[in-house]
Design a protein around this ligand. Structure first.
Ligand SMILES: [Fe+2]
Ligand SMILES: [Fe+2]
Length: 210
């Protein structure tokens, strides 16, 4: 990602000159974009299993590791620590928050299974079980992240002040740097691009209909 030079007067006194000021929602939504790209890799692996084709087992491990470290242990933890409690305290979208929270837990169980299964895959039944887990993961996360993008995140503006929203964005960036020792998004964007290349789905133009 390129860093644009922005005069510090435009980005506020908390930002150092030269750093982009990423808002809380932009931060969470581009992380969803990264999650979506792993879902596309899971789709490709499941498609190959259904078609009786080979797939590199390492691609499954790499995808599930991105999910574990970037999505579950970081992105979802931010939602659980900084967003969900605010909605519960405000009494807003509580049913949605409960469902999203349960889905995080369910997703972690599926990732545990995927990571445990891959090293010992031998039979067709093993491959079918893996495909079922990859599909179940995608079936849940497609609507999960879409609902957060369109309902939960927009509603954040209604329950926190402008000042609190701005400081949330700053906190998110600070935690990201602490967690990953740098720009976690950039680090994982590289990993997800490598994964797509491994599976032959990196070239975007291939998906344009004739
Ligand atoms: Fe979530
Ligand atoms: Fe999310």
């Amino acid at each position: 990602m390129s860093i644009r030079l922005i005069p510090s007067v435009l980005v506020g006194c908390h930002e150092e000159e030269g750093e982009e000021n990423i808002s809380a929602n932009e931060d969470l939504m581009r992380e969803h974009g990264l999650l979506k790209r792993v879902l596309l890799s899971y789709d490709e692996i499941a498609r190959r299993i259904d078609a009786g084709q080979d797939f590199p087992p390492q691609a499954v491990i790499d995808g599930a590791t991105i999910i574990r470290k970037f999505v579950e242990d970081y992105h979802e933890k931010m939602e659980e620590d900084y967003l969900f409690p605010r909605f519960r305290k405000a009494g807003k979208l509580v049913d949605l928050v409960d469902t999203l929270d349960k889905q995080h837990q369910a997703g972690r169980r599926v990732t545990d299974r995927i990571l445990a299964t891959v090293p010992s895959i031998k039979t067709i039944e093993d491959r079918m079980r893996l495909a079922a887990d990859l599909k179940a993961f995608n079936r849940m996360y497609e609507p999960h992240e879409a609902r957060e993008d369109t309902v939960l995140f927009p509603a954040l503006h209604k329950i926190v002040s402008r000042h609190e929203y701005d400081s949330l964005g700053e906190q998110f960036e600070k935690i990201e740097r602490q967690t990953f020792g740098g720009d976690g998004f950039d680090i994982y964007l590289d990993k997800v691009s490598t994964l797509e290349k491994q599976l032959g789905i990196y070239d975007l133009a291939q998906f344009t209909p004739q």
